[in-house]
Design a protein around this ligand. Structure first.
Ligand SMILES: *Cc1c(COP(=O)(O)O)cnc(C)c1O
Length: 365
């Protein structure tokens, strides 16, 4: 028998969320971002759920090759570009579109002697100071790219630091757009700027933001990029993590629960033990009071999360017993709430789903 923990992936939710993203930015073409194994949802599943996307975007060159092996024939974009000369040759051999964010990558493309045309995304640093050419050097980088015979289409790209916080006091999205417009002035090419947060802010910033392409990631999986709930944006959770109670303890007042004896029971409490721990990808930093569902009823975790188990307060669910169904996150319990209780974000929880967790697909509809 396998352990009762399993993740269920809802392909129809992923499909729905992609349509939501498109509806936010009518007319834009969409890269569905599938880095990190489609945020833990599985690359092959993503090719089916996002069949209507205009392209798939990711970080890992080996996974890009795998996408071609899976039969994905539409565009593929390497969001961080190439890492070595062999990757540069992959662009031509596998028809990959690549970000170019630094001189070293320009050099790799110049030396690669690509025998087939490739499309590229030239990246501008508009204030995030992570990847990209400075505004002062952008036009020169563009000219160098144009001079490479194999380079066909050049798309202009940047990435927003704070699109989830309108009018961010340190670096507002409006300021990044202003810097982008100034540097892109007179350069031919599509624009590709918006991550999920910017897609969801499109109504607010729309007038100043020309979106030929959008690059939604987290929203496609039903996670929120910011403080507003995913549900408030009409997004559906694509991953449910569920398990079962494998033991029930009647704990007397004054007793403690789990490692470190961090939680003391004040009055007699029924405590359920769930087959899920940090080795499954559940965050160890989630303390007492992290929300959790038992038999569909909302309750809370108590004590420390251990490697293979965690404990829950069965006070609100007196009928619960061994075998009762537990929802760690997903339908009925937004992953973002669990992430918040653990001091992290839904992105990290999705990506950290452990290999030992069985993954199933929900039946369609
Ligand atoms: C990951 C990533 C995205 C998607 O970001 P989300 O916040 O998940 O929507 C878009 N663009 C680039 C360059 C990325 O690396």
């Amino acid at each position: 028998m396998p352990r009762p923990i399993r993740a269920t992936i809802h392909l129809d939710a992923m499909q729905h969320n992609l349509e939501r993203a498109r509806a936010c930015v009518p007319g834009a073409k969409a890269w569905a971002v599938v880095k990190a194994n489609a945020y833990g949802h599985g690359l092959e599943r993503a090719t089916r759920a996002f069949a209507s996307a205009d392209g798939l975007a990711l970080i890992e060159p080996d996974y890009a090759v795998h996408l071609r092996a899976l039969g994905w024939t539409k565009p593929i974009l390497l969001l961080e570009g190439v890492f070595d000369p062999a990757d540069a040759r992959l662009l031509a051999s596998h028809g990959l579109n690549s970000a170019v964010h630094c001189d070293e990558q320009l050099r790799l493309l110049e030396l690669a002697q690509l025998d087939r045309p490739v499309d590229v995304h030239l990246k501008l640093n508009t204030g995030m100071n992570r990847l990209g050419f400075s505004p002062a050097r952008f036009a020169a980088a563009y000219a160098r790219l144009r001079a490479i015979p194999a380079v066909r289409k050049i798309t202009l790209m940047t990435h927003f630091a704070n699109a989830d916080v309108p009018a961010h006091p340190r670096l507002a999205i409006g300021e990044q757009i202003r810097r982008f417009r100034a540097a892109a002035e007179g350069l031919d090419g599509d624009w590709s700027l918006s991550n999920s947060a910017a897609v969801l802010q499109q109504a607010a910033v729309g007038a100043s933001l020309r979106s030929d392409w959008i690059r939604p990631g987290i929203m496609l999986y039903g996670g929120s990029p910011g403080h507003e709930s995913a549900a408030s944006h009409g997004l559906l959770p694509a991953m449910s993590l569920e398990s079962e109670l494998i033991a029930v303890q009647q704990v007397e007042a004054g007793e403690y629960i789990g490692y470190g004896s961090r939680f003391q029971v004040e009055r007699p409490m029924r405590v359920g033990v769930v087959a899920c721990g940090y080795a499954d990808g559940y965050p160890r930093h989630a303390g007492t009071d992290t929300p959790i569902l038992v038999d569909g009823v909302r309750t809370r975790t108590v004590g420390r999360v251990s490697m293979d188990m965690l404990a829950v307060d069965l006070g609100p669910v007196p009928q619960a017993q061994v075998g009762s169904r537990v929802t760690l996150w997903g339908k009925g319990l937004p992953i973002d709430e669990v992430a918040h209780a653990a001091g992290t974000i839904g992105y990290e929880l999705m990506c950290a789903l452990a290999a030992r967790v069985r993954v199933e697909e929900a039946p369609h509809g």
